[in-house]
Design a protein around this ligand. Structure first.
Ligand SMILES: [Zn+2]
Length: 124
């Protein structure tokens, strides 16, 4: 049995959109190379979507390992050019995934942290 407690419906028109742990999701198939990705089905709105939808990995052409490597280098303070050389991707790829990962991290932070001090740098 797949643990789907971390997933939620990705259909913005669904009454269960964005809510985890409702038991409205099931796995209705597998796809991608090696059938490694699950296709999720929402019983409420009858929508189907990739388990990666709503994450920086959705429709990614880069391997998961490379994306993790880009994230690890950026987190450690490596610049865009240095990260690109070390992971063997272009600077644009590093920038694109940095933005995707940053937006996702911001959304997770906003969901999980009830209060965080204001950013002294001001709004971005
Ligand atoms: Zn739904």
């Amino acid at each position: 049995m797949d643990d789907l407690s971390r997933f939620c419906c990705q259909n913005v028109d669904c009454s269960d959109y964005g809510q985890r742990g409702l038991a409205n999701l099931t796995v209705c198939g597998r796809f991608a190379k090696g059938r490694r990705l699950r296709l999720l089905y929402c019983r409420t709105c009858k929508a189907r979507f990739s388990e990666r939808k709503g994450t920086p990995l959705f429709q990614a052409r880069l391997s998961e390992e490379k994306i993790q490597a880009v994230a690890a280098h950026v987190v450690e303070g490596c610049g865009v050019r240095k990260t690109g050389r070390l992971v063997q991707v272009t600077r644009n790829t590093v920038t694109r995934y940095s933005r995707l990962l940053g937006r996702h991290a911001q959304a997770i932070h906003d969901e999980l942290v009830a209060f965080s001090p204001g950013d002294r740098r001001g709004p971005v």
